[in-house]
Design a protein around this ligand. Sequence first.
Ligand code: SAH
Length: 406
Amino acid sequence: MSLLSTENISVQLSAPVVREVQKGHPWIFDKGILKQNKAAEPGDLAILYDQKRKFVGIGLFDPESPIKIRVLHRGKPATLDTEWLIEKLSNIFDLRSELINDPQTTGYRLVSGENDGMPGLVVDRYENTLVFKLDTVAWLPHLNQLESIFCDLIQPERVVLRISRTVAASPSCPDHFKEGCVIYGPELSGPVIFLENGLKFEAEPIIGHKTGFYLDQRDNRKRVGKLSKGENVLNVFSYTGGFSLYAARNAAKSVTSLDLSKPALDASLNNFKLNMRNPVVSKTPHLQICDDAFDALRKLAAEGKKYGVVILDPPSFAKKKVDIPGALIAYERLVKLGLKVLEKDGVLVSASCSARVPAETFFETVIRAAAMARRPLQIIEKTTHAIDHPIGFPEGAYLKCVFGKA
Ligand code: SAH
């Protein structure tokens, strides 16, 4: 199937939206559409024009979403056929060639949706398993074509499909496209093991958070590793122990993983087991606390526990705009609690994945909270996205992390 074989719809855009599209914004909402020559089906190609009938770009139509069109191409007229898609993907892969060519890292994001000019589509790789994650029904009619191109380019063993709740609930989503189904290759029973900077990890492509692992924290985990030698490290919101293993590999004195989820903590034990042949990992005591982070930090402080490195990597606190003030208060509380268990001159690592909280606001919140706790932060580093999570438009910037000594 080719992108070409779907219907083409002519769409005239309002002048401000034309400017936004030309500047690189990937989304077009209802109010930006002035005229449309016929009703569109999910996945139809929308040929975008300005009010003078000049070509602006081409997008994928999703009549069911508030984002009606996701822009795939802008500039000169083009034919969005298989060749076009292969060239686009080759450019996307070039950007992460250092990861693709690194034999020590076999889990990374191959395509990062809007940020790579492929709106609504994420493709992650865990060793020989690819995971397609769709945020829009508009990709469904093109899945076969995508699958065959990825099979040619990457030769995966299997492809797993993850779909957002709205896609799963849509009448346009065929029954055989279920959340977590394998659309190519053998079924998957259990996790996939992959490498990240030489460490072995399990990913759960079918049931795990995101597509099975937090690939976006890879570089921050490496940074934490470097700071962990000889330290007692507390990994708060540890999920499957990503930060914990880097700390252990870098000869931390001890590592404590803290998470509310027992299955996540069990998975972190498995990840430690996978790396037991590394003598440094096997010697590092790995402790676990299954509790609410805020409660557990209070208890640890009351017991007088202290750590040389404290990592705070909570889930998104602000999914909607109205959540922002509450999220900032939660970040402030976490930093204050984290500092209570941080040794003097220890390192606090505080991350936020709330896209709605801008980086500067987050950094200010963390710095102010530390000052209020009379532990002013000496900033070591402020970090953002890894190379396989590029920032293609303002809404695409969600991850920020600050490393500070206090
Ligand atoms: N740092 C992890 C990703 C963290 S994801 C990594 O690098 O892989 C957020 C984690 O926070 C999840 O594992 C979730 O179970 C946990 N969590 C959510 N709310 C929590 C709470 N109130 N207390 C403790 N853990 C919580």
